[in-house]
Design a protein around this ligand. Sequence first.
Ligand SMILES: Cc1ncc(COP(=O)(O)O)c(C=O)c1O
Ligand SMILES: [Zn+2]
Length: 411
Amino acid sequence: MNPQAISGLKCHQCSWFLPVDPFHYTCPKCGKNLDFIYDYDKIRADWTTTDLENNKEKSIWRYLPLLPVKMSPEKTSLRIGGTPLVNFPELARKHALTSFQIKDDSRNPSGSLKDRASELAIQHAREQGKTTITAASTGNAGSSLAALSAYHGIQSVIFAPASAPPAKLTQILQHGAKLVPVDANYDTAFDLAYEWAISHGDYCRNTGINPVLAEGKKTVALEIAEQNKWQVPDHIFIPVGDGCIISGVFKGFFDLMGLGWTDSMPALHAVQAEGSAAIVDSLNRGGKITPVQARTVADSISVDKPRDGDKARRAILESGGLGFKVSDDEILAAQKRLSASTGIFAEPAAAAAYAGFLQAADKKLFNSNDKVVILITGSGLKDTASAQKLLDVVKPVNANLIDIEAFLKGK
Ligand SMILES: Cc1ncc(COP(=O)(O)O)c(C=O)c1O
Ligand SMILES: [Zn+2]
């Protein structure tokens, strides 16, 4: 609709500026990741918050003037985005905060925030004349791409670790995508998927190295701001693996400030698993991101070498956010506590964000007028085996009320 509102792409490392056509995944000069740059004056000239108020579209496509594609897809009724931002006044009181909100992105069609990026990538791939999309995935990006490819009628090829949670691999197969269950970790799957995509002329939906994906993920920030009537929260807790979600959230709030619709940036707090903390570790080690050998129950954030690490660092540092490392025990305990106190069943990676918040609360990092948002990025139904680690395995109860009474009284 408004392609001329994009001025081009800029390398976040060497600041090289390039046009949108021909499209490059990474900087042709230094190979680092790119950002889409918008001309905010042009956008503001024919798009206002009142236009948005009057717009009945509930999905991410309500933000089309701030997205890097020419038009919305012909079919858009699966409704990506438009997820609830739920207020929990009792939790706010308990933690002495002004507000405590959960942005529940497990409520996207395939059960994770990744749908925002896949939806945009499919439209972008079409505009690039591509008919097949290849992606590497820890599980969610792939299940998301598979579901939305089925809806939009496009081919997809997904490279995922064979060890990914069975529900995620099942989703990929169920939607008819080609699954390559690589006998290796996510990082190897990433490199193979990229090589395959480039050598076969496919569109590459690999996180981090494709700037379109952060543009899709930024829509969660646009929604958080709009749902709060353009008053931005003080803190957002975000689970981090490759670092693309947190970079996308940063970009969303950055664009809103560029438009003049909001006047501040929330502190974006990165939460990583202790066993997969390359980005958070880099904050304490003078900036260098050193790859790790990732090991954590939170499969979605199990990453050796973060592919969007530098942009994630920028998001944390420029927003005044902090890094938190949470143990697997803290993640599973937070997952259970979140489910029992809010009704939201998050997968371990998503629950890590809540575990990070609990650490911050223990360290008394908040003021009483603070507004906090936890970003829940994926559904617990995608990995029930992890949640079951803290649950008693159910044994059958004899089908009579005397035994049932004894059972319920814990005898
Ligand atoms: C549920 C969930 N949370 C968090 C993340 C981490 O996102 P990123 O790798 O962009 O940091 C992912 C990525 O797969 C995810 O699926
Ligand atoms: Zn560069």
